[in-house]
Design a protein around this ligand. Sequence first.
Ligand code: XMP
Length: 215
Amino acid sequence: MEIKNNLILALDVLSGKKAIEICNQLTEYIDTIKIGYPLTLAEGISIIGILKEKFDFKVICDYKVADIDATNSKICNQTFKAGADAIICHGFVGSDSVQACFNSAKKYDKELFLLTEMSHPGAKEFLQKNADAIAQMGVDMNIKNYVAPATRLDRLREIRNIVGNDAYIISPGVGKQGGDAKKTLKYANAIIVGRSIYESDNPKIACENLIKTLK
Ligand code: XMP
């Protein structure tokens, strides 16, 4: 996936109006947004099509799909039918569940991102112990896209080592969660940034300043 400025906006606002207002200010700097349950539950899945039509952005749906294979297929199919360019699924559920998401992505000619280790502190309790194996499972399944944490660069580097340089890693945790944008991009292809842009008094300036730090 080609992502402008290697920056994905996480748009976890709670209304379509607010989402459009923020996107309107950022079209110069971004071409890819990530939406998740907050905006989708507030506005319905049609928000994907609305944002795509208005802005021609790529939309990654962070639905962290984590069910049995049959249900995963249905979730992914509905998401792609609604216009999403990519979906994020959890890896801890195992290869059959992940394969269902991957098959759906292939069927719709869209992308799947496999989540290996999460960025928050709680990820150390259970997920981190299995993250390397999850990443290796993705490699064995021929998955090309991954999500790995900006908050622990040693872990991000390790996941990069496992998935290889041809894989595409997107990394959340920059800004509010403490991750550094430039350092993260040593190992990740793109960073995901939410609150430090959309909660700022001036999202445009916040975005511009962040991009300057990447140079
Ligand atoms: P902030 O506001 O912290 O937003 O800049 C970060 C965004 O990324 C999501 N998030 C994750 N998504 N794996 C994911 O797939 C993760 O480890 C992870 N950590 C944070 C978060 O929900 C928000 O949308």
